[in-house]
Structure formats: C-alpha cells, structure tokens
Design a protein around this ligand. Structure first.
Ligand code: UT7
Length: 328
C-alpha cells in the first residue's frame, strides 16, 4: 500500500491564567528565585484553576490550532491526545475534546509522560500515512499541579500546567518528503523506551497499585544525565537516517524541562543555541504539553517559518524518549 505524505497545517497552545512565580514558591517551600533560575531556567509556571481540567486546556489549544489551520472540528477525523493527567481514569480525555469540537472518526489518549507528544505525533503520522484518517489533531495537555507534592522542593518548583496542539493532514503525494526536495511534511519519527529506569521518575500511586492518584517522584540528577545522553543520541540517529546533521536543522524544538539539559543536548547534536526554541522560563516543565507549546510559540513569534526544517525531541518517565523530523 502506498503511504501518504503527512503535513502539519497549524498549531495552537493554551496556558491557564493563574501564574505562580519563583518568588511566590519561595513562600511555600525552602527555595529561592536564584536557585530555580540558575539550575533550571524557569521563572514562572501556570496553574489550572479549580474546576479547570486537562480537557479544558486541550480544547482551548485545539481550537487555536484549528483556527490557525483554517479548519473546524468536523474537518478532523482523528484525535490523539498525550497526557499523564487525564480528567478521569477512563474514558480517554480525547473523547471529551471530540465531543466539544464535534470532530469525527475516533479519538484516544496515549500515555508516555514527557515524551507523550512525540508518541502521539508518531501514532497519528502512521494512521494518516496509511489513510485510516485524513486529518488529525495531535494534542499534549497536562495539569501537573494536581500530582505534585507541594512540600517537596526538589520537584514542585519544576512543573506547570498547559496544552499545545498541531493539526496534521495526510495527502495523496507519495511517501515522506526528502531533505533535498524542500517540500513540507514529516520525514520520520524515532521512539525509544527502557523500563529498567521505571523508578527514577514515577508517580507513587495508581489505579491498580494503590487506588490513589499519588505524587510525582524523581531522582533529578540521574534523570538529568539520561536526558542529555538519550535526547542527543535519538536526535542524531534520526538525522543520520535522513542523511542530515545538526547544522542542517533550522530549529530544534526540545522538551522544556531544564535550560541546562536543552543547552547540553543542542551542543552534542551540533546545533547552536540560537537555533533552539526555548520557552521553559515562561511555563516550566509541562510534560506532554511542552513540545507543542514551544512549537506554537516558535510559530507565533515568527521564528519558525514555512519551509523550516524542525527537529522535535523529548524524554520522560519510563524512561521513554523520542524525536521527530519535519519540514513545517
Ligand atoms: O521531564 C522529565 C525530565 N525531567 C528532567 O529533565 C529533570 C532533570 N533533572 C533536573 O533538571 C535537575 O537535576 C534538577 C533541576 C531537578 C536539580 O538540579 P541539580 O543541579 O541536579 O541539583 P541537585 O539535585 O544535585 O541538588 C543540589 C542541591 C541539593 O543540596 P545539597 O545536597 O547540595 O546541599 C538540593 O537539596 O540543591 C538542593 N535543592 C534545592 N535548593 C533550593 C534541590 N531542590 C532545591 C530547590 N531550592 N528547589
């Protein structure tokens, strides 16, 4: 069967209104604005209001992505929503978005923590390439404020709430574009996981184990080390598969967890920091929402332009990680 070409049409994002600054956090736990900025690059994070759920954030981001693409809900026949903080244990939060936006076809969630958006993008790409759907909303949406231990300074200063979305379309053109052609579309994606590191970044509760929601726990220093190594290797591998190097990429759109991780990864890949979209200061680590949030900011700020070659990459709990290469 001939594969279709999968092209990105537009992006959108949403951050909740309430802002929590480092200064305000220093009144809740024993921390300082200086420590947080120096070690992570984060200045503030957004916190969902009472009664504001992951689906509400996702719907707002998706509406903006649809508007940017010149489409409405019924033009979409697939939603893949990446989240680790669903509204309910089931059904999938994606079905809430489907009902609100009146999209057609089918909708489901994927759960791969901070690399969730890369997994969702990869899944949607495969459905569209096979012609099982025509247009997809790929969303990353999270309310991490609900799973943080607000007494633990090692973790609660790092995360925030938010959502980002991208609209993809499968086209009749044959196969993925090549680097030389200059045509838009997804070149490829690369996913990895290693369950041997399950317990360096996890939530200490769950439906089957404790019947509680639990709180996020992380061995930060260990995760940091894996992040730099795994993000750079998956990025380099994907580029090499397409005969490319870091210097060929117009923009790296990385998971926004820590500016030091982003800096070290870009250096290893061989790209300078002025080719990296950096938004972590504005919203902290929003897990699956972080890559599409950064992507949308890059597009709306005019940095990312039509025809630019983008390398998206993320790593999170699992451990799981991945990258995607596309021409916008
Ligand atoms: O999204 C999934 C991926 N997640 C990540 O990528 C996060 C990866 N890890 C990190 O970003 C960093 O490891 C952290 C930002 C979490 C920590 O930075 P670090 O440079 O690795 O610091 P550290 O854990 O080695 O801690 C250094 C010191 C410790 O004190 P001592 O033992 O040196 O006295 C900590 O207790 O900083 C202390 N500390 C804090 N101090 C003030 C830890 N958290 C805080 C805090 N405020 N919030």
């Amino acid at each position: 069967m001939t594969e279709r070409r999968v092209v990105a049409l537009g992006s959108g994002s949403y951050l909740p209104e309430k802002i929590l600054t480092n200064e305000e956090l220093s009144k809740i736990v024993d921390t300082t604005d200086d420590w947080i900025r120096e070690r992570t690059g984060i200045r503030k994070r957004h916190i969902a209001a009472e009664g504001e759920f992951t689906s509400h954030l996702a719907i707002k981001a998706a509406e903006r992505a649809l508007e940017a693409s010149g489409l409405t809900g019924p033009d979409i026949d697939l939603i893949v929503l990446a989240t680790t903080t669903p509204d309910n244990t089931f059904p999938a939060t994606a079905t809430r978005v489907q009902a609100a936006l009146k999209t057609k076809g089918f909708a489901f969630d994927v759960q791969s923590v901070c690399s969730g958006f890369l997994y969702a993008l990869s899944v949607a790409d495969a459905f569209l390439a096979r012609g099982q759907a025509k247009r997809a909303l790929v969303i990353g949406a999270e309310t991490y404020s609900r799973i943080l231990d607000w007494t633990e300074r090692e973790t609660c200063v790092l995360f925030g709430d938010g959502a980002g979305a991208v609209v993809l379309e499968g086209r009749e053109a044959v196969g993925a574009p090549t680097a030389a052609s200059g045509e838009p579309g997804i070149f490829g994606t690369l996913l990895r996981s290693d369950g041997n590191f399950y317990d360096i970044l996890y939530v200490d509760g769950g439906v089957s184990s404790t019947q509680t929601t639990g709180h996020l726990r992380m061995k930060g220093r260990e995760v940091f080390r894996h992040a730099v190594e795994k993000l750079s290797s998956v990025g380099e591998d994907l580029l090499a598969r397409h005969g490319l190097k870091g210097e060929d990429v117009d923009w790296i759109v990385p998971h926004q967890a820590n500016s030091r991780i982003i800096d070290s990864t870009a250096r290893r890949i061989g790209a300078s920091m002025d080719k990296v979209i950096l938004t972590v200061a504005e919203h902290g680590n929003t897990s699956a929402a972080s890559v599409p949030l950064a992507l949308d900011w890059g597009v709306r700020s005019g940095k990312i332009r039509k025809g630019d070659l983008l390398l998206l990459e993320a790593m999170g709990g699992g451990l799981s990680w991945g990258a995607a290469l596309l021409r916008w």
